[in-house]
Design a protein around this ligand. Structure first.
Ligand code: NAD
Length: 260
């Protein structure tokens, strides 16, 4: 379905971004990966799906590096048809104790990076398909883009704002073939959440299994993690013809978190 298209997925060396990159690759899209840590392993996993893969190591907290990444993607594959703004970090502390550096980093990585990548990717998307436009911008927000939890001020602020940016992007392109939507996962067992589980187990003096049960019981009626594969399937839906007129939604996949 996506053969001949190119998807740039920020933060796709790990977790949800890797899951989304693999789901788009399985539909035939070439992938521009981004993110830190091990690149060779995840790159090989995507390449095994029979598509071309390139990696750019931009630090998405830096606008100039995002611009270099978009130029790299265009040089490698001609254009970016699908942009997935996924890179994100977390920091947990009460506001009065919240590190100013962490606040700035979370706003830059979880929010401003999406603005910069979007503004740079939009012109080519708007010009595609003989000027009628074709493009998909998918912002990975969070259940925390729609409701809050204590001790996550920067993350909740960034994700709420990302949902707002999603709506504006959708509206500004509503008469074209460019859509923009947000995905709002509940808990997904990735390295980001593993860190929070380890901290909870340590703070309460309980096992990792007990900490997992407590974490899920607190928010998710399903008592199950959402998986990167399930989130990848939702991203594929947004890119499918059935998603042509889905514009500006914030779609939670959260085990019932927000139904409460
Ligand atoms: P993860 O830690 O497994 O992956 C994060 C990715 O972002 C990695 O590839 C990392 O290298 C990359 N990254 C971090 N800082 C970067 C930077 N400055 N520049 C470029 N890349 C950078 O985390 P994850 O759980 O897969 O999270 C992915 C997204 O999903 C985040 O936006 C997160 O907020 C969101 N999310 C996660 C959950 C969850 O439960 N795991 C729930 C809701 C939303």
């Amino acid at each position: 379905m996506l053969k001949g298209k190119t998807a740039l997925v920020t933060g796709s060396t790990s977790g949800i971004g890797l899951g989304i990159a693999k789901a788009l690759a399985a539909q035939g899209a070439n992938i521009v990966m981004n993110g830190f840590g091990d690149v060779a392993g995840p790159k090989a996993e995507i390449e095994a799906l029979g598509v071309k893969v390139a990696h750019h190591g931009a630090d998405v907290s830096k606008p100039a590096e995002i611009e270099a990444m978009l130029k790299f993607a265009a040089a490698e594959f001609g254009q970016v048809d699908i942009l997935v703004n996924n890179a994100g970090i977390q920091h947990v502390a009460r506001i009065e104790n919240f590190s100013v550096e962490k606040w700035d980093a979370i706003i830059a990585i979880n929010l401003s990076s999406a603005f910069h990548a979007t503004r740079l990717a939009l012109p080519a998307m708007q010009a595609a398909n003989g000027g009628k436009g074709w493009g998909r911008i998918i912002n990975v927000a969070s259940a925390h883009g729609l409701v809050a939890s204590a001790e996550k001020s920067a993350y909740v602020a960034a994700k709420h704002a990302l949902v707002g940016l999603t709506k504006v992007t959708a509206l500004e392109n509503a008469t074209s073939g460019v859509t923009c939507n947000a995905i709002c996962p509940g808990w997904v067992l990735t390295p980001m959440v593993q860190k929070q589980l380890d901290a909870k187990a340590k703070a309460l003096g309980i096992s990792n299994e007990e900490a997992t049960v407590q974490l899920l019981q607190e928010k998710e009626p399903s008592l199950q993690f959402t998986t990167p594969e399930e989130l990848g399937a939702l991203a594929v839906f947004f890119c499918s013809p059935a998603g042509n007129n889905v514009r500006g939604v914030a779609w939670n996949m959260d085990g019932g978190w927000l139904a409460q």
